[in-house]
Design a binder for this molecule. Sequence first.
Ligand code: ADP
Ligand code: MN
Ligand code: MN
Ligand code: MN
Length: 366
Amino acid sequence: MSVAASSQLDKAVREHYLRLSQGGWVQVTYVWVDGTGEGLRCKTRTLESEPKALTDIPEWNFDGSSTFQSEGSNSDMFLIPVRIFRDPFTLDPNKLVLCEVLKYNRKPAETNLRHSCKEAMEQARDAHPWFGLEQEYTLLGIDGHPYGWPQNGFPAPQGPYYCGVGADKVYGRDIVEAHYKACIYAGVKISGTNAEVMPSQWEFQVGPCEGIEMGDHLWIARFILHRICEDFGVVATFDPKPVTGNWNGAGCHANFSTKDMRSPGGLKHIEEAIEKLSKRHPHHIRMYDPSGGKDNSRRLTGQHETSSIHDFSAGIANRGASIRIPRQVGQDQCGYFEDRRPSANCDPYAVTEALVRTCILNEVGN
Ligand code: ADP
Ligand code: MN
Ligand code: MN
Ligand code: MN
């Protein structure tokens, strides 16, 4: 297997320099979504004291012509800090700061989907929308081959891998454990993790988060995953169907509730929301991956615990439906529901915005 350059440097030597004191100075790493709508970029600057609030972190800019975000002739883009996390790589007092991207005219960049998401969340604030996203991903070697898979041929068929334990069942747990700890350190509301159905495929969950917080926390959790994988010399992909054939794809199930759904008798409100969703299936499919449904069509085949991309369906404890009501929620008659359609490479701002606009703001049309 080819070895990644990033993982060949001596990490013990690196430790020495990371322990050097910084005086009162602070490194702040600005993180943003690039022009692909999937890629993340970052760059770091020094502040002379620890920022306590967003207002302590200045706006910045970058060359949008190098991130698929603008023409070279008008290339400066603005970085607007929106949420601060602790930096789990260079440690306290250093920060990661998630940013929105604005164009030269201070309008949101095409792939800045946070802007309209935030407007929807503000309109829906009184409903207290909560989300929990289940981010599935697949580890690849630097050569693009699934990590730990035989160089020629395939592992044994699916069955023993989901929530598996043992060197012949799961590949890459070091990364999963490092990511979990790093997210907790950073202040990401990570709620769990498990090995998935396909070997080298994993999941972590973030939530419940209210409103715009959901997208912010998921994007930083993805950044932390990519950054950890860099240290280990592997690559995390969010491709919804990284291996064709009889292997599960990767989704980003969206669990959703409002205050009414969580209150006694809330099942009625869950059913009303599902009724609204049933009328906007094509719209939601368009919002649930960055290609408007093309990527997800490789995954939503009606097989491998998915529903067909062409049909809308819902059911209690049904993992072959578009929408699943967890069995516990059926018993309690209140709680939340799970939209199983979003692709692993979805933009969480687009997904949470679509749910809120359809289910709370009663927007219609496809
Ligand atoms: P699954 O059984 O589908 O694998 P998981 O346990 O992986 O479910 O994920 C469940 C997700 O649902 C978690 O992210 C959790 O935070 C979220 N969740 C739990 N309660 C609620 C709620 N009331 N509203 C929205 N999300 C919720
Ligand atoms: Mn799950
Ligand atoms: Mn899963
Ligand atoms: Mn799920």
